[in-house]
Design a protein around this ligand. Structure first.
Ligand SMILES: [Zn+2]
Length: 468
């Protein structure tokens, strides 16, 4: 087992990864708030989680991965004011809050599946863990960390001596935080449990020892991580935007309840920008995986693009960069598929044997160094260009792919012998598509399929693969 180093936000440096109970690793990731479409910026984060899990598995650790679904309690402002995002979305779309949550959860997983992101071992919804959240708030109440206002039950952050250490001390947290709720004692205090408004009936609300109410955004993650991974666990991940408020408050809650530091390693993924700008609804640049598909791209090209950057650096997405990623991925798949067809292994020289080991070590060293997939990919290309035997190249590529997850072993090499009549049909179809006659083009697609070939549209034109 080689050493793995992870950048730990808590210590602000790369640290050697040593789990609490090896070879077991408990990992919790903040999941989506299911009120809207998950976009490619979210996907960057979940590809990161997937690489981390694969990396740990590759190094013989056994990961138990838990991810929550926020289906209640996340307000339009992180400062415990505004509307519940899911109830708001439900009202706008004329659906029930539960329908909205279910719909967008399904959309989320369809997107992660398309990027070959493995599903968590446990997916837990906030609305299905109300009792656990109430129990945790009761514990905090017993331990003297709470107070009640007209708005709800609040956590008194002044009672913890080290509150805000994840974000770099008290000055670093929640810039601009205000005491904008009547009865709130300190700017950084936050809602654990919010009373339902008296003038409005919520769809999602529950009875509790303190009256009809709904959970604050942070309590679900403390309650559910504790339930599934215990009071202390190894890795907690999320976006950099979670550091100042959400994760800071998760630590406060868990510590207030158990007296223990809940998480050993905090991993945070940087933002994805689009055309050099922050992703936002108003800029209409919150592209989804479906948008990527509609433009004729393979969603896996997006995964490849994410892998080309270090997760702690911001990454700028452009359609041009995706195009480059797609052509690199296609080249990689084609090369690996061609290698897979080589003759059985022959004995090789000592020198070449050493070279094979060298590439393997170099790759492991790269990815084990804080998930540096960019360097890992560079090693992959260098290895493919080298003079080691083809069968070793193929084996190494498939081994590296255990971490990268590009499904290199599943790709079929493009067909060399395409019957002339099929070629003609494809060309005719391409012209029809260019002319915007999608109906007739689709008829030809079916004809091509009847002849035993699948035709796919890529930015570089049509691509044919044999029907399996
Ligand atoms: Zn969370």
């Amino acid at each position: 087992m080689a050493d793995i180093y992870l950048y730990n936000t808590l210590g602000r440096k790369k640290e050697l990864f040593v789990p609490l109970d090896p070879p077991h690793v408990g990992m919790y990731s903040c999941g989506p708030t299911v009120y809207d479409y998950a976009h490619i910026g979210h996907m960057r984060r979940y590809v990161g989680d997937d690489v981390l899990k694969r990396l740990l598995g590759f190094n013989s650790f056994q990961v138990k991965h838990v991810m929550n679904i926020t289906d209640v309690g996340h307000l339009t402002s992180d400062a415990d004011t505004g509307e519940d995002k899911i109830e708001k979305s439900a009202a706008e779309k004329g659906k029930s809050a539960f329908e909205i949550a279910k719909f967008f959860e399904e959309q989320f997983f369809a997107s992660t599946d398309a990027l070959n992101i493995g599903r968590p071992n446990i997916v837990c919804r906030a609305t299905e863990h109300i009792n656990e959240q109430i129990a945790l708030i009761k514990k905090l109440e017993e331990n003297g960390y709470t107070y009640i206002t007209d708005d709800g039950i609040y956590f008194d952050t002044s009672k913890l001596k080290d509150y805000g250490r994840l974000a770099g001390g008290k000055e670093g947290i929640r810039p601009g935080a205000r005491v904008d709720i009547a009865g709130k004692k300190h700017p950084t205090d936050f809602a654990l449990w919010k009373f339902s408004p008296k003038d409005k009936k919520r769809q999602m609300e529950w009875d509790s020892p303190w009256g009809v109410a709904f959970p604050g955004w942070h309590i679900e993650c403390s309650a559910m991580s504790m339930k599934y991974l215990g009071e202390t666990f190894d890795i907690h991940s999320g976006g950099v935007d979670h550091i100042a408020v959400h994760h800071t408050n998760e630590i406060a809650q868990s510590e207030g309840a158990t007296g223990k530091d809940p998480v050993k390693y905090w991993v945070h993924y940087e933002f994805l920008q689009v055309d050099g700008q922050k992703m936002s609804k108003s800029l209409k640049n919150t592209y989804t995986v479906d948008d990527v598909k509609k433009k004729g791209f393979d969603p896996m090209a997006l995964r490849y693009l994410f892998l080309t950057a270090y997760y702690r650096d911001p990454l700028n997405f452009t359609w041009k960069s995706l195009e480059a990623a797609q052509s690199a991925l296609e080249k990689l798949r084609t090369q690996v598929a061609a290698l897979g067809k080589q003759q059985p292994r022959t004995t090789i020289s000592q020198e070449k044997n050493e070279k094979v080991d060298e590439y393997r070590d170099k790759f492991i060293k790269s990815v084990n160094d804080d998930m540096n997939t960019a360097t890992g990919l560079a090693v992959m290309w260098e290895m493919l260009k080298s003079n080691i035997p083809s069968e070793d190249k193929y084996d190494l590529a498939i081994t590296f792919d255990e971490v990268l997850g590009l499904k290199l072993g599943e790709y079929t090499a493009p067909i060399v012998n395409i019957p002339q009549e099929v070629e003609k049909l494809v060309a005719k179809r391409e012209n029809l598509r260019k002319a915007g006659d999608y109906r007739d083009a689709d008829k030809l697609r079916i004809k091509v399929e009847e002849k035993g070939f699948i035709v796919e549209d890529t930015p570089g034109g049509s691509r044919l693969t044999p029907k399996r």
